[in-house]
Design a protein around this ligand. Structure first.
Ligand code: NAD
Ligand code: MG
Length: 392
């Protein structure tokens, strides 16, 4: 059996690093053939020296040139490619079997769709890609014959609760329950959310993650994106998707079947579990995660998400019921608003204002190609920038 040849897009990020950790435990099963990063030349250099991939992709010419030079000095023969279009080329490359899509944001759309069209095993962490891509994304998976495996812990949990034969899912599921930790502000007085700093928003109680998803967890826009992600991954109606706050992050999500039997997946909060499952499905391999000990686990509790504290959550159902492309608009607005917040240009409690205003400002049109979706994404980003400016 030849080793699975893996491409990790976004290899210097939180998911990328966790993926390489799982891969390093199974050298007999996997080999790394391509890595990519946006800006951290030192980190990507160290990864290239360790893994000696065929390719390393950096979208920017300047960091790519620095990486090329440093690799040459070190005598490493990894070929460095620059240009954002190279991410899609590598994702569809014939020497790649498996693509870990772990870029953050809509920037990962084109490479994820390229991997889908090329029929790869596609491990999807980059939820924004499926939120932006919607029907087009799922069509690319079907037409390309790709194996799409969710890496988001909630969606991996749902997937692990379902049989392998997708054709049976529709008749089996009554609804699903996505669990949410509630983030760092679950019990903070909503009146004080205006003063939140980026570092406070990024201090997640249970998970260490990139800054964008950490802010999304604090606003619960992360869960909103996950509702949209679940709609596409499991082909559900918006009303079949529910959200429940579960602060301990032990139950990673649940499927409620037609007969009211409830299936849940449990474990310590460690992204290496869904990553290992994506890599090895339908088998199981060791992940490095620690064992769940229910005797020492604090009792499991649940609560409804408070709409005053987390107004953004409901935008997911609103966008799903609105014309196609509305989820693309919502995602773009949120990326702009979160970025402005992280740069200290927008108050935390105004992220939601920008998102809901932008949904009203932009009327989506054609969604039938990547180009059309990226044009809509760009239009929504401009509208969101104007809304951000108006709040300053
Ligand atoms: P991160 O910020 O830690 O890493 C992002 C990676 O993408 C980095 O390698 C960065 O260099 C690269 N990147 C950023 N912008 C890029 C661009 N424009 N073009 C090409 N590459 C770019 O983020 P993360 O926490 O690892 O999250 C990655 C994705 O996985 C996100 O979509 C996130 O929602 C999802 N996810 C993350 C977690 C988690 O635990 N971190 C859990 C579930 C889902
Ligand atoms: Mg998640």
């Amino acid at each position: 059996m030849h080793r699975q040849r893996v491409c990790v897009l976004g290899s210097t990020g939180s998911i990328g690093v966790n993926t390489l950790d799982v891969l390093s435990r199974h050298p007999e099963r996997y080999e790394v053939v391509a890595l990519s990063a946006m800006s951290r030349v030192d980190d990507l250099l160290a990864q290239c020296l360790q893994w000696k991939p065929l390719f390393a992709v950096m979208p920017g010419q300047e960091p790519a040139a620095r990486l090329r030079e440093r690799l040459r000095e070190a005598g490493c023969r990894t070929q460095v490619l620059d240009g954002a279009d190279k991410l899609a080329d590598i994702a569809a490359h014939p020497d790649v079997d498996t693509v870990m899509a772990a870029i953050v944001g809509a920037a990962g759309l084109a490479p994820a769709i390229a991997a889908a069209r090329a029929g790869k095993r596609l491990l999807l962490a980059n939820k924004e890609a499926i939120v932006v891509g919607g029907a087009l994304f799922m069509q690319a998976v079907a037409e390309g014959g790709a194996t799409l495996l969710p890496i988001d812990s909630e969606h991996s949990a749902i997937f692990q609760c379902l049989p392998e034969d997708r054709a049976t899912w529709h008749d089996r599921i009554d609804h699903i329950v996505l669990t949410a930790s509630g983030g760092p502000f679950r019990s903070r007085d909503p009146a004080t959310l205006a003063d939140v700093t980026p570092d406070q928003a990024c201090a997640h109680p249970n998970w260490v993650m990139g800054r964008k998803i950490s802010v999304d967890s604090a606003t619960m826009m992360n869960k909103a994106l996950e509702v949209i992600e679940a709609r596409w991954l499991f082909n559900l109606a918006p009303e079949q998707i529910r959200v429940l706050i579960h602060p301990q992050s032990i139950i990673h999500s649940m499927v409620v079947c037609r007969d009211q039997s409830v299936l849940a997946q449990l474990g310590t909060p460690d992204m290496r579990v869904p990553i290992a499952y994506g890599l090895s499905f339908p088998e199981r391999i060791t992940s490095g995660a620690s064992r769940l000990d229910l005797m020492t686990t604090p009792s499991l509790s649940f609560e409804e998400a408070d709409a005053t504290r987390f107004p953004g959550l409901h935008l997911s159902w609103q966008a799903l019921r609105a014309p196609e492309g509305s989820t693309t608009v919502l995602n773009a607005a949120n990326e702009v608003a979160v970025d402005a917040f992280l740069q200290g240009r927008l108050r935390f409690d105004r992220i939601h204002a920008v998102n809901s205003q932008c949904l009203a400002d932009v009327q989506p049109g054609d969604c039938s190609s990547i180009e059309a979706l990226l044009a809509l994404d760009a239009q929504a980003r401009s509208a969101a920038q104007r809304r951000v400016q108006a709040w300053i």
